[in-house]
Design a protein around this ligand. Structure first.
Ligand code: ADP
Length: 360
């Protein structure tokens, strides 16, 4: 109904105008009649667009001819000059309808552009607000962690004294204080890494050096567990572009997780190899593995799968930090299923050609 309404309305207007004009047909000039019809045609195109305008042009043309151009009641025309009047009327009304349509389109485009501009400026305001919120969050974290560290140090020192005096529970206090300290430091790191204000500076380093340092770091945690190392036999010198200290942190985290989430006596395997443009480190274990639906989520901050033991030391920040570090040095970190059970964590960093090093 709503689509047909303008058509019915303007049909009725045309009929009413025709009836009104018929009443005064003998008293007025054809020019006034043409003007009245033109008004109806232009009004209809302004109201409902070109299609209605064109149909109204034709209807008005026929009405004009039949009722107001002698001989009345037929399409025939008595004087040839009248054809010119009729043709002029038709052309004027059609051109008018087209012009109306064009101006409607221009107005519509302008309206859409204005809307687009409003939308874009809202988005940019929102982005700016988010950036500001990010800066605030970093500042807040920095100040909170600073303020927390001082009392934590005091608590730890007091607990240490108490433990020395034989208070058994003081050990727990000390451990918890350490845990909080680590959590605060990790939070601060993650926030810096994700805001881009991190201290990651990639430079050419050798894979073997990194592996050596990582093995030394985990020797305590490994507690006799075997860590099997294998290096790429095709490439005696494996170099990559990475920040040594930060990448060491990632590798140590992966090794510690592998030891933590797999049971002895299964060994943990660590390998490094050249893979096209990448230097790839892989840490493989024979633990429970990570279910497919959690392989992305475990890299989110604070994500720990349902049912994970609350006493395991981390807070679910380790892998989030590890991924942020690898991304900051244009690398990648992911987990895949290991054939025969367990998981493989793969860290990639850009490889460096030995030839490139001697040139530089
Ligand atoms: P945390 O170990 O402190 O919980 P992480 O960010 O290091 O935090 O790890 C997040 C989660 O990913 C862990 O809780 C664990 O469920 C899972 N995960 C990490 N490494 C392994 C692994 N080698 N095998 C199985 N699950 C793992």
């Amino acid at each position: 109904m709503s689509v047909a309404r303008p058509w019915l309305l303007w049909g009725a207007v045309l009929a009413a105008v025709t009836i009104a004009l018929l009443a005064v047909r003998t008293h007025i000039d054809a020019v006034y009649i043409a003007m009245a019809y033109l008004l109806v045609v232009q009004g209809s195109s302004a109201h409902h667009g070109r299609r209605l305008g064109l149909v109204m042009s034709v209807l008005a043309f026929v009405a004009f001819d039949v009722f107001f151009v002698p001989p009345y009641g037929t399409l025939a025309v008595a004087r040839p000059g009248e054809w010119i009047v009729l043709a002029a009327f038709l052309v004027t009304s059609i051109v008018g309808a087209q012009l109306f349509e064009r101006s409607r389109r221009v107005a519509e485009t302008a309206r859409l552009r204005a809307e687009e501009i409003t939308r874009l400026s809202a988005i940019s305001e929102h982005t700016e607000a988010l950036r500001e919120a990010g800066r605030l969050k970093d500042a807040l974290l920095a100040s909170v962690s600073h303020d927390l560290r001082t009392p934590l140090t005091t608590i730890k020192a007091l607990a240490h004294d108490l433990a020395a005096e034989g208070e058994e529970r003081a050990m727990t206090i000390e451990e918890e204080a350490d845990r909080l300290n680590r959590l605060v430091a990790n939070l601060l790191d993650l926030s810096r890494l994700s805001s881009g204000s991190h201290g990651v500076s990639p430079e050419p380093n050798e894979a073997e050096d990194l592996i050596g340092a990582a093995l030394q770091r985990v020797s305590g945690t490994a507690a006799g567990r075997e860590i099997r190392v294998s290096l790429d036999e095709r490439e005696p010198l494996l170099f990559g572009r990475f920040d040594f200290t930060q990448t060491l942190r990632v590798l140590v985290n992966l090794l510690e997780n592998a030891l933590k989430y797999s049971a002895p006596p299964s060994p943990v395997e660590l390998s490094a190899r050249r893979d096209g443009g990448w230097l790839t480190f892989a840490v493989a274990d024979r633990g429970q593995g990570v279910p497919a639906e959690e392989r992305e989520r475990i890299f989110e901050p604070f994500y720990r799968p349902a049912g994970s033991a609350p006493d395991v030391s981390g807070a679910g920040l380790g892998l989030a930090i590890a991924r942020a570090i690898t991304l900051a040095q244009h690398g990648a970190l992911e987990v895949t299923e290991r054939e025969g059970g367990g998981s493989v964590f793969t860290m990639r960093v850009p490889a460096v050609d030995v030839a490139e090093l001697s040139e530089g």
